[in-house]
Design a protein around this ligand. Sequence first.
Ligand SMILES: [Zn+2]
Length: 231
Amino acid sequence: MVVYGEGRYTCPEHGRQPAAPRAIADLDAGRFENPCPVCAGPMGWATVPEDARLDPRSSYAASKVAQEHYAAAWASQGGGRVVALRYHNVYGPGMPRDTPYSGVAAIFRSALERGEPPRVFEDGGQMRDFVHVDDVARANLAAIDAALAAAGSSYAAYNVCSGQPVSIAEVARLVARGAERDLEPVTTGEYRLGDVRHIVASPALATVELGFTAQVGPAKGLPAFATAPLR
Ligand SMILES: [Zn+2]
């Protein structure tokens, strides 16, 4: 999902608008929603489709965009068939314990294991899509089937997501519920510079073209993740 850089934002007055990096003064004052560039009012979120502008903001993200471009070039030059999968927030059993990819669900889980409440940054209203690893496996199989069925050279990219967006506060609540440690998440108001406020995938294209629909929603998958084995 890092290929997108930002999520998609809409102002109730002015419709879809680009989001500029959030100002430190706003973050310090607890104004976490991206301001509309026209009226400066808080913007809401919308789902990001695959044809959104690619905007890699780290070397890691740039490498993912480059991979897509290399694969697309290979497909058109050599008659290859490529399906690119843009995973959103993947979680589930077997997840590495301490890597940069573990993500916030694993961080919440580790806190609960230490007997500490999960610490939620900002106001907890950041929206994401958490997709279970079993669904990621299903998406990979669907992608292989699609590539095998394609006639001649082809390239397509798809979001791999649950289609059930959750706030980070809700992620913390769901993981804490599964841990059964009676530790309520704490919303700290802290923030990390450069964090994206919302990024929520559209699942529509993968459903239509790959026949992929997630089967493990966050309400079921995240509490189970609290006690799932890690590696
Ligand atoms: Zn506006």
